[in-house]
Design a protein around this ligand. Structure first.
Ligand SMILES: [Zn+2]
Length: 302
């Protein structure tokens, strides 16, 4: 999918007016949270230009003594590649960039550098200017930002990636899940991330937030998506356990058709609604098979 620098501000559909959603094409949505003390950008999109567009949307609220704060949910490119606008020397909009210690490590230690080089070669007009810029304020575990009227609780929700955090705002029972939950499902990058990701889904569901907003799901997905993600992985585990019981010595060849082998089709383990049926074919086939493979590996290796 080619990237775009367009960032749209969809109209409020019932969530608290102090939260703005910034949508970068079909790729990702990030958030602006306007509190009495701070205007908080949650993630910085894909490059300085898209981060700049977020600042433009935030600008009307940067008055009355409010200062700009930036949070990274995690270090992935669609969430943290606009950081330099705030945190490099001579930054256009100097502001603290807050992220987990692991998030800072990922951006400092060069883990992301090969991917950046790849993206710069593929789409120089979008990624040519990007310089990996880690958060400047790191924390371990939880962190609380007291915005006056709204409190932002930054909660570790590892799994999709090991540096991931989500944000809960109790005054308005609102959760910004980040990529800890997605439509149709989040994906763990490493096998030991799978159980962590499922534990994080339980943590988030237990908050029982009335409004849940995601970086990769439409607003109408709502809190139910957390439960649907939990049900999806539980169903995958059941199907994979049954398969391993019936085929104890199964050696899974690379390229094996795991959907047929396990009999676990996307349609069998997701809700029968348009929201789920209309996701890109990739999620119903290749990516679903990759989830099965991850689950089988986890069950076999632990
Ligand atoms: Zn993402």
């Amino acid at each position: 999918m080619p990237h775009t620098e367009e960032v749209q501000l969809p109209p409020n559909q019932g969530w608290d007016e102090r939260i703005l959603i910034c949508r970068n094409g079909e790729l990702v949505q990030t958030f602006i949270v306007v509190t009495q003390r701070f205007v908080v950008l949650v993630d910085t999109l894909i490059n300085p230009a898209t981060a700049h567009q977020m600042v433009e949307y935030a600008r009307p609220w940067l008055d009355g003594g409010r200062s700009l704060l930036v949070i990274n949910t995690h270090a992935d490119y669609d969430h943290a590649w606009g950081n330099q606008l705030f945190a490099e020397p001579n930054a256009h909009f100097p502001a603290p960039v807050i992220g987990s210690r692991r998030c800072a490590e990922r951006l400092l230690e060069g883990d992301e550098a090969p991917f950046l080089a790849e993206m710069q070669a593929a789409e120089p007009e979008i990624f040519g200017e990007v310089r990996l810029t880690p958060p400047t304020v790191h924390f371990e575990g939880q962190m609380t930002i007291d915005g006056g009227d709204l409190t932002l609780h930054l909660l570790p929700t590892p799994g999709h990636t090991d540096d991931h955090i989500s944000i809960y705002i109790p005054e308005i029972s609102t959760l910004l899940a980040g990529d800890a939950a997605e439509l149709p499902y989040p994906a763990a990058r490493a096998i030991d991330g799978l159980p962590q990701m499922r534990a994080s889904l339980q943590t988030l569901a237990a908050l029982d937030a009335k409004t849940v907003l995601y970086c990769h799901a439409p607003v109408e997905a709502g809190p139910q998506l957390l439960h649907d993600n939990i049900v999806y992985f539980d169903a995958l585990e059941r199907a994979c356990r049954a398969f391993l019981r019936a085929n104890p010595s199964a050696a899974l060849a690379e390229g094996a058709d795991l959907i047929t082998l396990t009999g676990c089709r996307y349609e069998d383990v997701t809700p029968p609604t348009d929201l789920w049926r209309n996701v890109d074919l990739h999620y119903r086939t290749v990516a679903h098979a990759a989830q099965l493979q991850m689950m089988l590996k986890w069950l076999a290796w632990r």
